[in-house]
Write a protein that binds this ligand. Structure first.
Ligand code: PGA
Length: 250
């Protein structure tokens, strides 16, 4: 059975006070120790240590929102995988659409970040998804194939990672993709994973992101190939996020 993953992407938001309060509420509300579900918080980099300390006696895990593709060295402003591990991260988001569009991260760069994270033992969450224009032009499958194969081209024995399918038109817009649509895309992604990783592909979680809330999450989770969610806006509301975490308990 694949694990269910609930991932909180806090983006470039919050301050010490807000993040401490939110984490305290989540610790109280999220049941610990379910073997087949994983809750991961992705705070902005300056708050990683604070969150790591707060969650250290819980089953909640920590992740960063991006990582450098380089080993430590003269790369002003960047953060190396070694540093993320040092402050307690187990996961890292790679290729979020905001990184791709606002920070010009192309497939080659994303592939470098993915490989470096894996090499150092961080679990990358590879974010992929089509834009509205690509969706309307029925290019979704072609875009996803390109984004996936760019990353797998160099490394076909990689196994411990998560895929997050996030149609760009659904992120922060309130327009959630229908469970049937997401299931058909996830099935397509799983077929690509199967080509590369064979039977191991069955173990790779594929989560959906884009305007997920407690109210629409259960129907998504009920689909065979939807293994959880990458949650932006709704992860700032403790009650919503706690409710979603309960849906992931299996
Ligand atoms: P959203 O963001 O839930 O606010 O749509 C998802 C994301 O950007 O990962």
């Amino acid at each position: 059975m694949r694990k269910k993953c609930l991932l909180a992407n806090w983006k470039m938001l919050g301050d010490t006070q807000q993040i401490s309060t939110l984490v305290e509420q989540l610790i109280v509300g999220i049941s610990s120790g379910a073997p087949n579900s994983e809750v991961v918080l992705f705070p902005p980099a300056p708050y990683l240590r604070l969150v790591a300390e707060a969650i250290k006696a819980t089953s909640i895990a920590l992740g960063a929102q991006t990582v450098a593709e380089f080993a430590p060295g003269a790369y002003t402003g960047e953060v190396a995988a070694e540093m993320l591990i040092d402050v307690g991260c187990r996961y890292v988001l790679v290729g979020h659409s905001e990184r791709r569009t606002l920070f010009a991260e192309n497939d080659a760069k994303i592939s470098g970040k993915f490989s470096r994270a894996m090499k150092l033992g961080l679990i990358p969450v590879l974010c992929i998804g089509e834009t509205l224009k690509e969706w309307q032009a029925e290019e979704t499958f072609a875009v996803l194939t390109r984004q996936l194969t760019a990353v797998f081209a160099e490394a076909n024995d990689l196994k411990d990672f998560i895929i997050a399918y996030e149609p760009v038109w659904a992120i922060g817009t309130g327009k959630v993709a229908s469970p049937e649509h997401v299931q058909s895309v996830h099935r397509f992604i799983r077929a690509i994973l199967t080509d590369v990783f064979h039977l191991e592909a069955q173990k790779i979680p594929i989560v959906y992101g884009g305007s997920v809330k407690a109210q629409n999450f259960a129907a998504l989770l009920a689909m065979e190939d939807i293994d959880g969610g990458l949650i932006g806006g709704a992860s700032w509301q403790a009650a919503e996020f706690i409710e979603m975490s309960k849906m992931c308990l299996i």
